[in-house]
Unconditional design. Structure first.
Length: 311
């Protein structure tokens, strides 16, 4: 039979060994940096993931820092533009730890870093914003909008200072939105309406100018087409009148008396209509036709056949 005391002693030694092994090693993950400290003083920076040995606590301890991108929103406060407009510009900062040893000495933890970032970002934002006019930040004209340039300037300033002070890399400082204090809102709306009215007046003037140009071009083309049509009409009318005169002259030349007779009948038809009573001298032309006897019709000519001639 086994000795119970010996068994308990073996279990205790095993547990003690596991405890010592657990406190004498530490693991660094893919998304971590580690700083090994001895009695609070840094002795080693570990950047590569893996399992490492150390002295048990309290001789040595491990400080871990997340290397992934972190986001922080600065406190909301008012700032002045170059043209003395009071606006509210909330900003965010995207950052990550690059030098864990400097970061540990400067701020110690991510919570402390966020508090330090607040003052740093607010100062850079106010400094850069003071060099831009309000119309460069809020406008519908894409060529005049300078919001991205302002963000880049703030990012550059914060990146240099944060890198030197805290050992971090600032990837981006961005503007979440632009807002105005309630007292300035109505003034901004009035200015925006005035700007829109100026653009509208400009577009209307350009439209009227284009309409006048198109109207003038149309009138010029119309005048050209009408003049050409009239010229062709006059030419056609002249040729028709010449042909008509030639036909009249030819008809008159073949039988002048008959032509005069027809003209008199036309005059009489135009002068005397239904229910018309007139007193005229019938001896004058063409009313003499009313009393003259009709001319006798010529006797029909008889054509003799050869048989009738023989008889």
């Amino acid at each position: 039979m086994k000795n119970p005391l010996f068994a308990r002693l073996a279990v205790g030694l095993l547990l003690l060994g596991l405890l010592v092994a657990a406190t004498a090693t530490y693991q660094v993950r893919e998304n971590e940096f580690a700083v090994l400290t001895a009695f609070g003083k840094p002795v080693r920076v570990v950047r590569a993931p893996g399992l490492y040995a150390r002295l048990p606590w309290p001789f040595q301890s491990v400080q871990r820092f997340d290397t992934r991108l972190d986001f922080y929103e600065a406190r909301i406060s008012e700032a002045l533009t170059l043209d003395k407009r009071n606006i509210i510009v909330p900003v965010f900062i995207a950052w990550r730890i690059d030098d864990p040893l400097r970061f540990l000495k400067a701020v110690g933890s991510a919570e402390n870093a966020r508090a330090r970032f607040d003052a740093l970002v607010t100062s850079a934002r106010n400094s850069v914003l003071a060099s831009y006019e309000f119309r460069q930040l809020v406008t519908s004209d894409g060529t005049a909008l300078r919001l991205v340039a302002m963000e880049d300037e703030i990012t550059k300033i914060v990146r240099e200072q944060a890198g030197q002070l805290f050992g971090v890399v600032v990837e981006k400082v961005g503007v979440k939105r632009l807002s105005l204090p309630e007292a300035n809102t109505e003034f901004v709306f009035r200015r925006m309406r005035a700007e829109r009215e100026q653009f509208a007046a400009k577009f209307r003037a350009e439209g009227r100018q284009q309409a006048d140009e198109l109207r003038a071009q149309t009138e010029a083309k119309k005048s050209t087409v009408v003049a050409e049509a009239r010229r062709e009409a006059e030419e056609i009318r002249g040729r028709a009148e010449a042909e008509s005169a030639a036909i009249y002259a030819k008809a008159h030349g073949e039988d002048p008396e008959f032509y005069a007779f027809l003209r008199e009948l036309q005059v009489l038809k135009q002068t005397v209509g239904n229910n018309t009573t007139i007193v005229l001298d019938t001896d004058s032309e063409p009313f003499r036709l009313l009393k003259e006897k009709p001319l006798p019709l010529p006797a029909p000519q008889t054509v003799q056949t050869p048989i009738q001639a023989t008889r």
